[in-house]
Design a protein around this ligand. Structure first.
Ligand code: HEM
Length: 248
């Protein structure tokens, strides 16, 4: 198989993307069921993941290849801190601890940063392109689902230093494509991106417990039953996320 990295990643993670979109927690989210206990737990876990990722990307900013993907305007650590302070209060830093799945995700990032740093590309791709895509829909759903006051609790989805996500994503993809990589490395990066999706799904699975407790098992089963294993229209035709509407 050949091709540039951006296309290889997109094609090579299509199935993982579809599975992630269909994760029960995400399905509830898409149906407007967003609940503060599980949501703030997820944000807390993300804080550890993004901190590890961003520390490693910064540490490798002069790496011959990773330097071409050094985009601190994507960084989420500060915006997560803002949201965490909103959801947990000023003592948020002592309130959050990494869950088991979070620790596995963090360990993986730190391990590859030592053993095979180019694989950090896969983690950057999986989270940031996701945040710039479906993330924009999730922002609206979070606002509505938790009845958030205007401008509060949604910093995670806001990229102040990026004017248009669409243009930025094109630049990011060009940077992926401009990396001179051999076939074996491309394959390893795509495999790592699939692992990154899996690690994300494990995070979602963990917070599901809190969500079920909050909304009740019966409602949860009802919300997740009908859509299981179905692809959403945008997973086959990755189009404009602003045009997305959750389906019944
Ligand atoms: C709420 C569920 C989700 C929706 C509605 C959604 C929607 C989308 C859309 C519409 C795109 C295409 C953007 C474009 O072509 O510019 C996209 C791309 C992407 N999404 Fe998602 N997504 C969701 C969940 C996720 C999750 C959970 C992850 C990762 C953990 C993720 C990672 C990505 C990545 C990496 C891309 C870039 C694909 C590429 O062009 O290479 N998405 N998503």
């Amino acid at each position: 198989m050949s091709g540039k990295l951006a296309t290889r990643l997109r094609e090579g993670t299509k199935q993982s993307h579809s599975l992630a979109e269909n994760a029960d927690f995400i399905q509830c989210f898409l149906k407007g069921v967003v609940e503060k206990t599980s949501y703030r737990q997820l944000l807390g876990n993300f804080y550890f993941v993004y901190t590890a990722l961003e520390e490693q990307l910064t540490q490798h900013q002069n790496h011959p290849l990773l330097s071409q993907l050094y985009f601190p305007e994507l960084y989420r650590q500060q915006s997560l801190a803002t949201d965490l302070s909103y959801y947990w209060g000023p003592q948020w830093q002592t309130a959050i601890t990494p869950s088991d799945a979070t620790q596995r995700y963090v360990d993986r990032i730190n391990d590859i940063a030592i053993a095979d740093p180019i694989l950090l590309v896969a983690h950057s791709y999986t989270r940031y392109l996701g945040d710039l895509s479906g993330g924009q829909l999730l922002k609206k759903l979070a606002q509505r689902g938790m009845s958030l006051p205007q401008g509060q609790g949604i910093a995670f989805y806001e990229f102040d230093d990026i004017q248009t996500p669409k243009t930025f994503k094109a630049t990011y993809r060009q940077s992926l494509d401009s990396l001179h990589l051999d076939e074996a490395t491309i394959t390893r990066i795509v495999d790592e991106a699939n692992l990154a999706f899996k690690l994300n799904m494990e995070l979602f699975k963990e917070v599901e417990g809190n969500l079920i407790q909050a909304i009740g098992q019966m409602i949860f089963s009802h919300l997740t039953r009908s859509r299981r294993n179905r692809q959403t229209p945008w997973s086959t035709e990755l189009g404009d996320p602003t045009a997305l509407q959750p389906q019944d």
